[in-house]
Design a protein around this ligand. Structure first.
Ligand code: GRF
Length: 228
């Protein structure tokens, strides 16, 4: 989901790398690879799954990992993968969401992405951002949307007594976790599950679902991917 806490203050907008994934070539009449930017706030396990999927004959390559958290664990993973990274620290923009979103957009524009994957990016994005990048932004959310938009999805599924849970990849619009669903994966809820045990089971599926949806999406195919 693209929601998260709101805390205060420091620097922002620091680019931290020049390398990037290969961007493809047009030699020999081949089509240039689509450029994919990945936005993270945390450990970046979905980012790694996506980045590692973009290899070989995949029609896309990762060109930027952008974090709003300067010490997000995913940044070091991106650097290890040879992907350019940038940080726009939301705390430098306390009370100035337009400024924060403008800085995100500037960092993205420098990378010229065809597609932007939110991968554990934990800030709300308004129409200023979603409108600028309309039709190009995907997000993974740990519930079977339209159930449980927002936070604490696994606890909510357990509280409701649901027999199954899962995750969804959707297009990002101004409606929080409300854009068109492009894929879902299902897992059973097991006796004795806690929010953490359920989250771990769902995360395994996230790492399969998101790359599958991205591959279809960059090929221009919006047919939903259904797993599980
Ligand atoms: C995932 O569960 C994702 O669905 C949610 O935040 C978590 C991010 O995990 N939006 P990671 O940073 O990809 O490991």
């Amino acid at each position: 989901m693209s929601t998260g806490g709101e805390t205060g203050g420091e620097t922002g907008g620091k680019a931290r790398g020049q390398t990037g994934g290969q961007t493809g070539s047009q030699t020999g009449g081949a089509t240039a690879a689509k450029r994919v930017a990945l936005m993270i706030s945390g450990s970046g396990s979905n980012m790694v799954a996506l980045a590692e999927s973009m290899a070989g004959d995949h029609p896309a390559r990762p060109v930027l990992v952008l974090s709003n958290v300067p010490d997000a664990g995913g940044l070091a993973k991106a650097e290890a993968l040879g992907i350019a990274t940038a940080v726009v620290d939301h705390r430098a923009f306390k009370g100035d969401r337009p400024g924060f979103e403008a800085a995100l957009t500037a960092a993205l524009e420098a990378a010229a992405p065809d597609v932007i994957c939110l991968a554990g990016f934990m800030r709300i994005l308004t129409r200023r951002f979603t409108g600028r990048w309309a039709g190009r932004v995907l997000n993974i959310h740990p519930s079977l949307l339209p159930k449980y938009p927002g936070l604490h999805t696994h606890a909510r599924a357990l509280d409701a007594g649901d027999a199954e849970a899962g995750c969804s990849v959707h297009e990002v619009t101004e409606d929080l976790d409300g854009g068109p669903v492009l894929g879902q994966a299902r897992v059973p809820v097991l006796p004795g599950d806690t929010p953490d045990s359920l989250a771990a089971r769902v995360l395994v599926e996230e790492h399969k679902l998101y790359p599958a949806v991205l591959r279809r999406f960059v090929a221009g195919d919006r047919t939903p991917v259904l797993l599980g």
